[in-house]
Write a protein that binds this ligand. Sequence first.
Ligand code: GLP
Length: 263
Amino acid sequence: MATNATWYTNGKGKNVKVLVCKDYETLSKRAAGILAAVVNGNTNPILGLATGSSPVGTYKELIKMNEEGTLDFSKVRTYNLDEYYPLEPTNDQSYHYFMNYNLFDHVNIDKNNVHVPDGNAADIEKAGTDYEAMLDEIGGVDIQLLGIGNNGHIGFNEPTDTFIGPTHVVELTESTIQANARFFEKIEDVPTKAISMGIGSIMKAKKILLVANGAGKADAIAKTLEGPITPFVPASILQLHQDVTIIIDEAAAANLKEYKPEA
Ligand code: GLP
């Protein structure tokens, strides 16, 4: 058995699997392996993809597999979680640009098969409704990759008093604006709004794969896995999904109390 990754369990059911990895490289390789299995196991694979720094290593591994000829993107369709609003897809701070830079420009994907919510739409509410209609039409993605915000957000579903179902326009919280400011020249440049898949859109995925690393995520991960299901920790809803894999490093696992290494 590999010693650099250990499955954890809370002994209460198998719908949420937790893999704790020694380092970010292992985490990225394991996450990429799961995504690759979905691509290789479906004739017309549909991936739900995420931005943020957490999945960058996973994308690097997918690119490597594509280069080595073990992973073919020619039939892959993708749907991204979210986008800043207002921002043009060519803006280098946009999530569309991020995806091109970190994945799409390096693999044999047909860009017509790539979907990112339109952060530049004249009618942003309609852009949300149209995106949700597309997700309904495909019947949910085969696997949704997620990161997690320090405050437990997924996509841009921020902590609030209700779970919002469909793709919608979001006001970003101060903590998210601050956390994401590192990607911008100055904090005033961070958009204060976004368009994001909702909790319902995310839960439509057949499988969910969440990756997180670093001590800054430890609290959010513990609340997600072991806390009450509440819209104040949006990721906690994942406890109700039938097929979730959470891949984290030891620092992000540090606050877990109920989840222990499998015997
Ligand atoms: C952003 C994205 C999320 C992402 C989160 C965490 O707010 N909208 O999808 O999960 O950041 O990002 P990081 O992985 O950089 O910590």
